[in-house]
Design a protein around this ligand. Structure first.
Ligand SMILES: [Zn+2]
Length: 263
């Protein structure tokens, strides 16, 4: 299951293919979207925003296409005029002079103006995205301490997209290890110092994963690389304290932690 960093990287590759280039051809499978196709020709994709697992494709004419892939939708980048060898059903095709982006299989797609975007039920429900670089530690800390979230255990809270979008299971376990916290804690139980450390980890770890996951050579990257400290490391020694990492299940998902240093 992709988490925020993987979704943002996928959005980056879509942007790299078509952003800022006039659309030469636009095609939608769904009848309710087809009336927009003609008016989008000649417009450009200004920005592709991620909000958790939702993608917002912002066009230069002020419209935004909302799409949510659920478990089965997939975007592809193709050369203009090319079609993918796939049994998936094509739903959206946005083509420029040289590249096209194609959305397959997704069923939750809508074209929205600014007012409809602001009122969209999913977007109203989902929290700020950890890969939105304007989101600060102070804002995350305030959200942790808000009455809505301060009494929720971290095991469930860190998977709840209404709290912060873009976190998922591997980020949940890595953030709690980094903050040296056991998963049953709640924000209302923590000291100010612990809250600061946790809020910082909630932004730093997803952003480091986004920037460097999959990069293997530190000499090439010139900086810290994202590496799993506990995820999929059950039975191995913890690099911080030497304790043995344990695996269990929390909120119906695999959970990894070090009993030696996560208190
Ligand atoms: Zn440890």
């Amino acid at each position: 299951m992709p988490e925020g960093p993987e979704i943002r990287r996928a959005a980056d590759s879509l942007e790299a293919a078509v952003k800022g280039k006039p659309l030469t051809s636009v095609w939608f499978a769904f009848p309710q979207l087809q009336p927009y196709a003609a008016e989008l020709v000649g417009c450009t994709v200004k920005h592709i925003e991620t909000r958790g697992k939702a993608l917002l494709t912002h066009f230069s004419n002020g419209l935004t296409m909302y799409s949510h892939n659920q478990l089965y939708g997939v975007w592809r980048v193709m050369a203009a005029g090319e079609t993918a060898q796939t049994t998936r059903v094509l739903r959206v095709r946005l083509e420029t002079a040289d590249k096209a982006i194609l959305l397959y299989s997704a069923s939750d797609i809508a074209m929205l103006n600014a007012d409809e975007l602001a009122a969209h039920p999913f977007l109203q429900r989902v929290g700020p995205d950890v890969l939105d670089m304007s989101l600060t530690c102070a804002q995350v800390k305030a959200r942790l301490l808000s009455p809505r979230f301060c009494r929720r255990q971290f095991s469930g809270l860190l998977l709840d997209q209404a709290f912060l979008a873009g976190l998922g299971n591997y980020l949940r376990v890595e953030i709690l290890w980094q903050a040296a916290l056991a998963p049953q804690h709640r924000a209302c139980d923590l000291s100010d110092g612990q809250l600061n450390t946790l809020a910082q980890a909630m932004l730093e770890i997803p952003r480091l994963s986004y920037q460097t996951r999959g990069v293997v050579d530190e000499k090439v990257h010139h900086g810290a690389l994202f590496r799993f400290k506990v995820f999929h490391r059950g039975g191995e020694p913890c690099e911080r304290c030497g304790g043995i990492i344990e695996k269990t299940t929390l909120s119906s998902r695999p959970f990894y932690w070090c009993p030696g240093c996560q208190e």
